[in-house]
Design a protein around this ligand. Structure first.
Ligand code: CP
Ligand code: NVA
Length: 275
């Protein structure tokens, strides 16, 4: 998939992949805000020759109580795939269980697999191969950290995760779990962080900011990493909070390529699932 993503990226201006999904329709169903996922999927579907159909709960009968299962059965009669971002991971599982077409998780509070695909693509681009690359994720043990650790393991990437107590991933998901950011960062090829207050965590914002304050991705942490280390962030960022302005906009930052790579990685994913 990553090989194909790189081909699609290199050939984008020449229209490579332009008829891979000709005549198909892919629904983009978002229950929560999104900039990157929404736009990269919309553009990606169109660039593969398919039609993106944006859906909102309040415009579907789902918003008036039609079940997720019946919605999945009906949508499957019209569509070739459904991309969904939901406030409930169970909703995505339920939709996928009842749907006859592929369902792509565009973020739930538990997982963000499309982000992790783009993260792997970015590491591959920067380092040539993935096997043995070391990534230190520092901050909240959230959806982004979990998907990075799961897909990292599949790809041979060593994902170390440093979180405060009470913010850990489940044991065994990451290669190394620690409460010490410097331990995770030592010699790492990439330092990665995400927001301290994810969608749905707003009520807890003050406590989270206090607990996570020692886990900022700053210049000192970057200095503890390897000489070739890059900085990653799934975005949206809060400069001065989980990442310093200097790191986010500095010459080690790969976050803008990382965000662009959402498009290429997801096009490869859609070709595989729908093509
Ligand atoms: N990284 C990411 O998924 O961004 P959006 O919330 O803007 O889609
Ligand atoms: N962890 C963040 C990621 C946003 C792309 C959230 O769930 O809000």
């Amino acid at each position: 998939m990553l090989d194909r993503a790189l081909e699609l990226k290199a050939g984008r201006d020449r229209g490579v992949g332009g008829d891979s999904l000709a005549g198909r329709t892919v629904a983009l169903y978002f229950e929560r805000p999104s900039t990157r996922t929404r736009v990269s999927f919309g553009v990606g579907v169109a660039e593969l020759g398919a039609h993106p159909l944006a859906l909102r709960a309040d415009e579907l009968q789902l918003g008036r109580g039609e079940s997720v299962g019946d919605t999945a059965r009906i949508l499957s009669r019209y569509l070739h795939a459904i991309v969904i971002r939901s406030a409930s991971h169970d909703t995505v599982e339920e939709l996928a269980a009842a749907a006859a077409v592929p369902v792509v998780n565009g973020l739930t509070p538990r997982h963000h697999p499309c982000q992790a695909l783009a993260d792997l693509l970015t590491l591959r681009e920067r380092f040539g191969e993935l096997e043995g690359v070391r990534v230190a994720y520092v901050g909240d043990g959230n959806n982004v950290a979990r998907s990075l650790a799961i897909l990292g393991r599949v790809a041979g990437v060593e994902v170390r995760v440093a979180t405060p107590e009470g913010y850990e991933l489940e044991p065994g998901v990451a290669a190394i779990d620690t409460h010490d950011p410097a331990e995770a960062a030592a010699g790492a090829d990439a330092l990665y962080t995400d927001v301290w207050v994810s969608m749905g965590d707003e009520a807890d914002a003050e406590r989270r900011r206090a607990d996570l304050d020692p886990y900022r991705l700053d210049e000192d942490l970057l200095a503890a990493a390897s000489d070739r280390a890059i900085a990653l962030h799934c975005l949206p960022a809060h400069p001065g909070e989980e990442i310093t302005e200097g790191v986010l906009y500095g010459d080690r930052s790969a976050v803008w390529d990382q965000a662009e790579n959402r498009l290429h990685a997801q096009k490869a994913l859609l070709e595989l699932l729908v093509g």
